[in-house]
Design a protein around this ligand. Sequence first.
Ligand code: ES4
Ligand code: ZN
Length: 326
Amino acid sequence: SSQHAFIAGLPKVELHLHLEGTLEPELMFALAERNQISIPYKTTDEIRAAYKFHNLQSFLDIYYQGAGVLITEQDFFDLTWAYLEHCKQDNVIHTEVFFDPQTHTDRGISFDTVIQGIHRALEQGREELGITSKIIMCFLRHLDEDSAIETLNQALPYKDWIIGVGLDSTEIGNPPHKHEKVFAMAREHGFLTVSHAGEEGPAQNIIDTLEVLKTSRIDHGVRCADDEQLVNQLAEDRTPLTVCPLSNTALKVFEEMEEHNIVELLRKGLCVTINSDDPAYFGGYMNDNFNAVADAHAMTEQEIAQFTFNAIEASFITTAERERLR
Ligand code: ES4
Ligand code: ZN
């Protein structure tokens, strides 16, 4: 496409990014060595060769294993800082990042260690790179609700650093109802809420997520297309969908980018956005995701820019912060 230069120059806002999914093989190796942790790979090429996925679970197994090299506050700082450098490179001016506390606390890493490292990097990114950010902590939906409640309680001392809570991991077999109570508790504490839904799971999961968990956004949501009435409702309500194109092709939600429905949803008036999800695992950061969509689907520059307008509309920034992005 001749639009890569336009995309590179377009200011972008990222709303669906798992920090653990930004762990590049080179940093995985360096941290494994620094922390004396053995990993089942001898070279970074070997790591990259292992990244062949056929569905969400085949990815999650490798992704949780990779996160095992993250031990110290400095590790979480280094991970987050490397991601921010990619943001600078890709002209991402604002990002709302996910982290999965349970992936770390279940290995004996304290909540404090994780959040301090992430927060310090984001503050430095604000000062030195001019990138604004928010933190969203996700509950792992394959774990039980009591574990999520425990995690919510661990987060309360850091409430001012965490804008919202989300829900990720294995969608099939773990419907929204499973975490109804902890989401109600989180909303009571003033957290905003988002949730993965309609990635691999059915359109009904999107309906139930909005109804039961009362979320402000849906992460992925592409399977809404199976339900025409839902598509119309999402367009009417401007419910944001944080879509991740390269993630969806890597995990075979769509076999080919040409089959991806994001541009169709955009043209139906849905508040769809483009995001990188787990860029170290799925083959690219924000510009790569925009380029892949533009290469597979003819779009005007106005349409490409609409993804940024949608992301600003969908973001959790305050009115005052919004002024800066105008
Ligand atoms: C995820 Cl692509 C995806 N889906 C669900 N949960 C996740 N956690 C990290 N990446
Ligand atoms: Zn995700």
